[in-house]
Design a binder for this molecule. Structure first.
Ligand code: SAM
Length: 267
């Protein structure tokens, strides 16, 4: 039975308020799980397993999966579908409220067809607060994928690009057409991988992201104006190769980091 037929037979009615667009194309699901590139029995965190199309594939490949799903109806469905797999842990919770300190051990991989309503907020939260996740394989709207991977000076470049690049190496892998989902979403999706680096200066990187957020809130202003309240010694900026007349989108993630380092050395 195809995934679409299986969904139709289940009693599930997709809920728009929970951004439920279920992937029905098994070939795409296989392409996504191939991007996990983990070792046998690696631990995968899945946010929003939905009807379980990706979850079941990962379980078949012997991954250990902890899946957080907010919708009790889907949890009930998943309990039936995944009954033969002892290495699944289903958690009925809001992923924004889950205590990620409960991810034991150092190396987790996040796999998620991210719910649109919380997608970028959740991704930023996980990048900043959950360093045990070392690889992310996420499906997002194409426009969001472009923002995650955008380079300095482009129209998509913003605080989301800065945080992604400060903590990970992000890459767009491929697009997914709307017809691969039920119900059909309004826009094309993209699969993005983000590979986390080993970092010893996360505190400074967090400070750099905070500077970027403030600068991008007033993106038309020069950083001398937008970052006026941030303890930056503007007289010394040129020493580190930064022009105080630059605007937010003209500074690379590394330049935000240089500024954050300068602030922390002066304090
Ligand atoms: N992974 C499935 C797939 O690819 O077909 C479903 C993806 S669907 C776009 C998003 C899923 O996230 C839905 O199952 C939805 O119920 C769930 N979801 C929405 N908001 C959530 C939240 N705050 N916490 C956990 N799950 C959530």
């Amino acid at each position: 039975m195809s995934e679409a037929e299986w969904l139709a037979k289940s009693s599930i009615k997709p809920k728009k308020r929970l951004s439920q667009n279920f992937l029905i194309d098994q070939n795409i699901a296989k392409k996504i799980t191939r991007l996990i590139q983990g070792q046998l029995a690696d631990k995968v965190l899945e946010i929003g397993p939905g009807s379980g199309v990706l979850t079941e594939l990962m379980l078949r490949e012997q991954y250990r999966v902890r899946a957080i799903e907010i919708d009790q109806d889907l949890i009930d469905l998943l309990q039936g579908r995944l009954i033969d797999y002892p290495q699944i842990e289903l958690i009925n919770q809001d992923a924004m409220k889950y205590n990620y300190d409960e991810l034991e051990g150092p190396l987790w991989i996040l796999v998620s067809n991210l719910p649109y309503n919380i997608g970028t907020r959740l991704l930023v939260k996980l990048i900043m607060d959950v360093p045990v996740i070392h690889r992310y394989v996420v499906m997002v709207q194409k426009e969001v994928a472009k923002r995650i991977t955008a380079v300095t000076g482009t129209k998509e470049y913003g605080a989301l690009s800065v945080v992604s690049n400060l903590f990970t190496k992000p890459k767009i892998q491929f697009d997914i057409h709307q017809n691969s989902f039920i119900p059909r979403p309004e826009v094309v999706s993209s699969v993005v991988t983000l590979q986390r680096e080993y970092l010893t200066d996360s505190k400074e990187r967090t400070a750099a992201f905070n500077l970027a957020k403030i600068a991008f809130q007033q993106r038309r202003k020069t950083i001398k104006k937008s970052l006026a309240g941030e303890n930056i010694n503007f007289d010394k900026l040129s020493d580190i190769g930064i022009n105080e007349k630059s605007r937010a989108e003209e500074l690379t993630p590394d330049q935000y980091l240089l500024m954050a380092n300068m602030v922390s050395n002066e304090n």
